[in-house]
Design a binder for this molecule. Sequence first.
Ligand code: GSH
Length: 193
Amino acid sequence: MIKIWGRNTSVNVQKVMWTVGELDLPHERIDIGGPFGKNNEPAYLAMNPNGLVPTLQEDGFLLWESNSIVRYLAAKYGAGKLEPSDLRARAHANSWMDWQLTVAHPPLTPVFWGLVRTPPEKRDHAAIEAGKAKTIAVMKILDAQLAHRSSSVPCSSNTCWRFPSCECTPAKRGSEQYRQHRLRCREVQPPSL
Ligand SMILES: N[C@@H](CCC(=O)N[C@@H](CS)C(=O)NCC(=O)O)C(=O)O
């Protein structure tokens, strides 16, 4: 049985849970980190010396770094599907994953923490504005790249609600099929429609 250690409010845990959901893998997720704490206790540090979430545990095998976990699960359980068998297609997927972690995510952190997790009187507005400007610049890169390829996501995918550009029409989104998609997303609740 696969165990995922990490609170489901963590974006890095969420990407692993999304993968677990896509592959429909039996699993257990254990709340740790954030308000749950325990991630800096010796027992957890023995699994992940960084004291961060997520950590994957599968029998005696331990793995940390969210992208590495996603790649491991995709390779083991989604070869040729979630993990492209074409090496160049896989390399492109890997490059966007690395881009997300190293380019897109860092400037978003001060914006998210400043606006969502910090009370108004304690906000560092300069840091929020700088992060916002950088995030907009970075998202323009993504936008320009997506302009050159099909951005529609097949309606058969249980990921559809996560993509604003999904080919699902509002009518389809109200359908039983779409409701079933949403139900399959067990760990992360979809936004209200
Ligand atoms: N590069 C790491 C970053 C992991 C990370 O920064 N995790 C954050 C949550 S998103 C964390 O563990 N924060 C401490 C906590 O939750 O207590 C990864 O992708 O797994």
